[in-house]
Design a protein. Structure first.
Length: 613
């Protein structure tokens, strides 16, 4: 994906860099671009040598840096510390070492904001995309084992200080039009009847995963091996649990299993080329859309769309995403669903469709002072657009807008202060965004009201580590796990690699910590979701114990963990080896699936498994 001339380099998700990494794409490095090995830290972030555990499994070490690391960098002038007085705060002095083994950052002074965090402490960096070439010579990683979930190979540990400056200014509403793909019903509306991979179900347990179960332990309900993938690896995006059916995309197929027993629910559905993207969530009436490549060649684009009904497995409309204008390619696309609106994002524009019919609703393209829509985030009835503005004008900045999902009309606009980029959305309703500033080596978590007004920023001196996927050629706003948000509180896991960590509950009203709770095992724990007035969290397995699912009351004076599920020890190794895994907790069952297939023929890759009582 290319960008306009004079576009400033895009900040990498994770630690900001003094300079772009060697193997970063020549333009617009992108969030999560490959980076040199980090200093230790990062809630499962890759270590050198690889850490044991780290939300689980041994990690493949990243490629060697061009120069050997020289230890934690010291604060230097010009890196944002100390910061000059800004519109929302004043510089502060450094503090003494903190209680968690990491030097504390500058403490906030009176007022809503303070200075940017000091660089060099806990800024975890990332290896290449799992399954992608792991070294400059293009060889894939030697090991396919990655942490099963929440915190893993793509972990981005973040050291957060409310003092990082975030400024919002008024902006003009904008919108526009653009090109559309041609949507039509598929030539063959019937799904494939090719055989599904062999799997355990109906009480079968050929790998003896339930051996040694203790009283009160859950059991492996079923598991599925992954389809064969090429040696270069393949994507396995999405996991949808709906109406008693668990649906999973992998390589060139979409599979559906009975959530309770793993029996084939429908399909699999076959595609002519690799699946390259999917909607994170389903529409309000149970529809998803997957994108797949238009050919198998080097110049192939991720521009073919296919709608699927999760209930029946029927293929609905299909279409092709057309390129936009210059520098606006459909080489890679992101798919976002809000209600019944599907938003397909190119590099500099977006097109919305009715997800049921495939009818084009509207286009979003360049508006105002050279503002190009670059990414979208959706959920419930809210649709958020992030645009990159002012390239080459000296006033480069991001803008956040909320759109009416049905019409594309702009409800409000907030401009982000120059130098800051919107990297992720931890939540859309309420809106919680994670921002990075490459020049200042800083990041920030900010929250907004329903009307788009700045509400608060996180002011907790802590090293947090939600797990966020890779977004090398595009911004993947909704690519994070291990973080949960309700109406008033943000829940983030603190950093840990092989030992107990904490989940911190942070007020959205003032950005301060409300309470924190420690993992009940000597292994990291991370949030999954909030339901029924309780935070649901997953505790990773260890070599001698399976993982756990626990609940934590979000109100009241006691925030102790209560175990909901204890997985059997016999399944711990398998539980811990899902490549770039995803997790969900639905109807008292834990589902784990791979997000990427390594294509390693030397070992049997798992696609998905379920635990329950």
């Amino acid at each position: 994906m290319t960008q306009p001339p004079n576009q400033p380099p895009q900040g990498g998700f994770g630690a900001p860099q003094d300079q772009p990494p060697q193997d970063q794409p020549p333009q617009g490095g992108g969030f999560g671009a490959p980076q040199p090995p980090p200093a230790p830290g990062g809630f499962g972030a890759p270590q050198t040598p690889p850490a044991q555990g780290g939300f689980g499994a041994p990690q493949t070490p990243p490629p060697p840096p061009s120069q050997p690391p020289a230890g934690p960098p010291q604060p230097q002038p010009g890196y944002g510390y100390p910061q000059q007085p800004g519109p929302y705060g004043a510089p502060t002095a450094p503090a003494a070492p903190g209680p968690y083994g990491y030097p504390q950052q500058p403490q906030p002074q009176p007022g809503p904001y303070a200075s940017a965090p000091q660089p060099g402490y806990g800024y975890a960096q990332q290896p290449p995309y799992p399954g992608a070439p792991g070294a400059p010579d293009g060889n894939r990683p030697a090991s396919r084992k990655k942490p099963a979930l929440i915190i893993g190979a793509a972990a981005a540990a973040l050291l957060v200080i409310g003092g990082t400056v975030y400024a919002v200014t008024s902006g003009d509403d904008g919108g526009g039009g653009g090109k559309k793909p041609v949507a039509q019903h598929s030539d063959d509306p019937k799904h494939s009847t090719s055989p599904s991979p062999s799997a355990s179900s109906g009480g079968e347990d050929p790998d003896h995963l339930n051996d040694g179960r203790q009283a009160g332990d859950a059991k492996v309900l079923w598991y599925k091996p992954a389809p064969d993938a090429p040696g270069s690896g393949a994507d396995a995006p999405g996991m949808w649990i709906s109406g008693g059916t668990a649906v999973k995309a992998a390589y060139k197929q979409v599979f559906a299993y009975g959530a309770a027993d793993g029996s084939t629910a429908w399909g699999p559905i076959d595609f002519p080329q690799k699946i390259c993207a999917s909607t994170t969530n389903a529409s309000s009436d149970g529809k998803i859309v997957v994108a797949y490549m238009n050919s198998g060649g080097d110049r192939a684009k991720c521009n073919q769309l296919q709608q699927i009904d999760l209930k029946t497995g029927e293929k609905g409309w299909s279409g092709e995403v057309a390129d936009g204008g210059l520098f606006d390619s459909a080489l890679n696309v992101e798919l976002t669903v809000t209600g019944k609106t599907l938003l397909v994002s190119r590099s500099q524009s977006g097109t919305a469709y009715d997800i049921d019919s495939g009818k084009k609703l509207y286009d979003k393209k360049k508006y105002g002072a050279a503002c190009f829509p670059t990414a979208y985030a959706g959920g419930t009835n809210r649709l958020v657009q992030v645009a990159s503005c002012g390239a080459g004008t000296g006033n480069e900045h991001d803008e956040i807008q909320e759109l009416d999902p049905a019409t594309g009309k702009v409800k409000w606009t907030q401009a982000v202060k120059k130098g800051w980029e919107v990297s992720r959305t931890y939540s859309v309703d309420p809106l919680v965004v994670y921002l990075t500033n490459r020049d200042k080596k800083a990041w920030n978590i900010s929250t907004f009201t329903d009307k788009g007004k700045f509400r608060s920023e996180v002011k907790v001196d802590e090293k947090f580590a939600p797990r966020c996927g890779w977004a090398i050629l595009e911004r993947d706003l909704q690519g994070c796990q291990g973080v949960a948000v309700d109406a008033n509180t943000l829940y983030l896991p603190t950093d840990a690699t092989t030992s107990a960590n904490e989940i911190v509950a942070i007020s959205l009203a003032d950005g301060k910590a409300k309470w924190r709770v420690k993992s009940p095992a000597d292994e990291p724990m991370a949030p999954l979701k909030v339901e029924g007035g309780k935070l649901i969290a997953y505790v990773q397995p260890s070599y001698d114990a399976g993982g756990q699912v626990v609940s934590i009351p979000v109100t009241g004076s006691s925030h102790k963990t209560t175990r909901l599920l204890q997985n059997p020890q016999g399944a711990a190794d398998v539980e811990n080896t899902f490549y770039d895994g995803a997790v969900d907790w639905v109807d008292g069952r834990l589902f784990i699936s791979s997000g990427r297939l390594s294509g390693n023929d030397d070992s049997k890759e798992k696609l998905m498994m379920a635990f329950g009582d």
